[in-house]
Design a protein around this ligand. Sequence first.
Ligand SMILES: Nc1ncnc2c1ncn2[C@@H]1O[C@H](COP(=O)(O)OP(=O)(O)OP(=O)(O)O)[C@@H](O)[C@H]1O
Ligand SMILES: [Mg+2]
Length: 594
Amino acid sequence: MIDFHSVSSMVSLAFRHFARNPMASYWYVGIACGLWFFVLLFSLRLIYWLRDSPAWPAVLMRLAGGLLLAGLVSLALFGGIFAAMVWGGSYQVPKQSVHLASALLSNALLVALSGAVIGCVGGFWMVFYLSRVTVPRFAACLQKSTKKAFHDELTDSRTVEELLPKPIHYDPKQYFAECERNGNVFIGLDRNRQPITIDLDLYHETHVQLVGPTGFGKGRAAQILLTQAVRRGDAVVVFDPKPGGDEWLPSVLAAECKRAGVSFRYVDLCAEVAQFNLLCDIKPVELKQLLVTGLRLSRQGVMADFYRLAERGFAKRAAQGDFGVPSSLPELATLVREAAGEEAGELRGLLDQLDELAGIAAIQTAGGLDLADVLDHGGVLYFVGSRVDEEVKLLQPMLVQRMEQLILRRDKHSGRHVVMFLDEVKYLLSTTVLDGLGAIRDRGCNLILAHQSLDELVCIDADKETTAGIVNIDCTVRLCYRQTEPRTTKWIEDQTGKIIVNAVGRNLTRNAAMSEVPDEPRHIQQVQRAAIDSNMIERLPRGCGVLIGVGEARLLFTAPIVTVPRTFQPIPAPRVVCAKVVDQLLKPGDINVQ
Ligand SMILES: Nc1ncnc2c1ncn2[C@@H]1O[C@H](COP(=O)(O)OP(=O)(O)OP(=O)(O)O)[C@@H](O)[C@H]1O
Ligand SMILES: [Mg+2]
């Protein structure tokens, strides 16, 4: 074990011995000369490096370097003159000093060979350290503390958060009245807390797309848009496949309906309560479309299309009333199974799916809530569905389609405006609904579609590309929240347009200590960048989205509408019990049992 105490006492003893040595003073002078030489070199280099920079730290540094240089040179000059004067005898100094000076000069060789070597080594090390560590740090500080002449620049994912705004908290309601007076729809606040609005007529002509991961603000945006719709007297239809429904949206809309004196109708597709009749007032052609799309009986371009021919034909006959006119969906299932008879095996796909639908309690009624009522009288019709229950997943797109059919029945440009919010579109959309996007807009209905990423933008009977293609054409207003999925991020970025930004260029020099130091003169280069690029999109704060389609793309903050969360219960309707359907569901394998 090393005893540090004894080592340090040995070093101090050796130093004291050296200091008492009559030759020590020569060493000191030699060391000083060596240091002086290297510090002089360093000062010269520093001044040269900062020669063109007008920045105040650089000016200070240059001044300090200059003073140091002047001090060192004067020291050498005056020291030399003084020594020469003393040596020449023209200046009287105490005897002791004369002795020192003459000894100094006479021992110059010794000084150069011993102390100067140590001074040079020490000086070299000091300058090396300063050049390698201190100068690059100083250069970085200089660069960091420079106030930039322009703010649009190329982004860096490590520092992009500094360019993004901090979350803004506000009450959206305070902007509604004025926007309504001006014929606008409030969407949110920009980064300067200025309201962003869209002209009502323009808004009515387009469908809106909300894209973003869970918890980032799609629901808040929907609250803002739908609350204003209720205030304007529009009919609002919400499809919410979240289990148990959204935590806030039904409460916000129910409170707004109460305030506006209109009805809030709540339907829970998973509740064991009969609530509405899907076939209420349905026309044969509508029923046929509903069955063909909802039960996936249309041509898909695959081998199974051949087998679907028979099912499609049978569904058509059922819709035309060939097997009797059903008053509810469970009754339709019974009629079709009875009519199938011997052909049941061939029609299994159709029959089993109808049985599944008939098993959903929510639609086991011939009465109950009238789906068209909301279109006539306004207020809100709120459907809570499911993402897991297979039967409910089958019913949801049919229900959206049924609402679309009811809207398309209305006269062109007449009736109350309808806003339909489809949250998590992949559980709700079908090609029939997509194909009708243009038509329902003409009938006074615009949709708000919400999904997490492009991968989630699918419908039940078409591939991603087809779905995204149709939606992208028909939705001209988009609000996209933080995104990390690369394809979606790129898709958002591409829609924000391009801007010209100044990119700062610098030459890098390698100094003698092998450290890279940027040259002080900078030059700028103009380059093109997406107005809101992928680095920004990946780091957007919660509640902040990229608004596309309302003027230039920009960042927008949505905020929640404050309310007290409530729970809702559906209103029960008289339930129809179809013994045959129940039987079939109990024996799913035995399709021929009547
Ligand atoms: N009215 C409200 N009052 C208070 N907080 C709310 C309100 N509405 C939403 N929030 C909160 O704001 C955040 C974002 O919720 P939002 O419903 O907008 O998410 P989302 O993007 O729709 O996500 P998801 O896909 O899970 O529905 C959540 O933390 C939510 O609890
Ligand atoms: Mg949501």
